[in-house]
Write a protein that binds this ligand. Sequence first.
Ligand code: UGA
Length: 443
Amino acid sequence: MARLCVVGTGYVGLVTGACLAGLGHGVRCVDVDSRKVEAINDGKSTIYEPGLGELVKRMVRAGRLCATTSYREALADADFTFICVGTPSQADGSTDLAYICEAGAMVADALAQRQKSKGKTAQARRHILIVKSTVPPGTTESLEPILREAGLPHVGLCMNPEFLREGNAVYDFMKPDRIVVGAMERKDAEAVMRLYSTVAAPKLKTDLRTAEMIKYASNSFLATKISFANELANMCEKFGVDVYDVADGMGHDRRIGRAFLNAGAGFGGSCFKKDVSALLHEVRHRGAEARILNAVLEINEAQPYRVVELLREALGPLTGARIALLGLAFKDNTDDVRDSAAIKVARALVDAGANVIAYDPQATANAKKELGPRIEYAASAAEALKGADACALVTEWPQFAKIPMRAFRKMKRPLVIEGRNVLDKKALKKAGIKYAGIGRKKF
Ligand code: UGA
């Protein structure tokens, strides 16, 4: 069991802290937000994420997880620090590294104080500072001068990217496809890898910049796959072919794989657009171009509006039309609406004069902060559908597949536009409900 400090209790930080405690380590989280700290110490998760609330409660009770606002307290006896703070996008696509630098400086200060209090003669224990936040190649090594100035030659630097999907984060942490640790010194990478000794996964040790780049390359490739599927969907519509049948046929080829070929209203969330834009910015800054990434973002920008076009093709002008919007979150199993395609569809429909009534199993409260009273919010899918001129499904919640056909029949004009791939097409057809979708065959 190792003693760890995790800086930041946002999405990545809390999942990382709770899961590392779950692996048997002692974890102290540090955050400036005292409300988050209190909640964690009460055994409560501050974010909606399946399985996380239960894990936080168990780990706090077991005495393996706690939180504090004090860096000195969090670092009192830790041998490893994971930096899990936000790296937001700036207007030009570049990454704001202020939180990373601040966290690095605070950790350095606390470690220097710890060293001082132990007396000059005491042998300094090796400490490893690990960046987990997604940062442009070259960022982790830029923390070195901060450590040097603080007189901390015994602190090593590592980069350990996260590959956590919202809604599946605990599973992804415990059963990862791979673990990557970049380091300046091999012994540090080995020490960080030992923290994951009970996790079965391919383990890759690299240098710092390679680890940072692996994260950007992975997210950019996944975003590229989705934009490819969306471009393909638009082509399939022209040929009267269903894009999902094509994706299934392609996906059996092991060189291609079926995952992330699901066409629809486009990717959202806090990561893909941010990371692709950051990589584009960094590449341009170095005098090169990443043409494929430009196209990925361009296709994704247009994709939510395909849902609105399909509604218009079916209904004519949308002024005064009542549209049931199923889904507000950027994907299923989350209450997160950041960069959600559903929010873009809602705004476009309102701008076109439609009356929108939306339902989401988890994200309504967050959507209200974005859309306010511009749309109505229903307490169930059935309530949203009642009396609607059409339904647009934009988030892949699996429970939407269970909406009874009688609820669709309660629409004024039974018409469904699907921006994902959730509904049972055969059942809809049998029930006499008209259907169109992105890259789908109409009936
Ligand atoms: C993504 C990556 O999948 C994680 O590996 C990564 O760690 C994370 O970003 C991050 O950088 O922190 P996340 O954004 O939570 O995770 O969600 P995804 O499951 O990747 O979905 C992102 C978006 O793509 C969603 O809007 C989803 O609806 C859309 N999507 C996904 C598609 O439109 N089609 C697909 O085939 C798959």
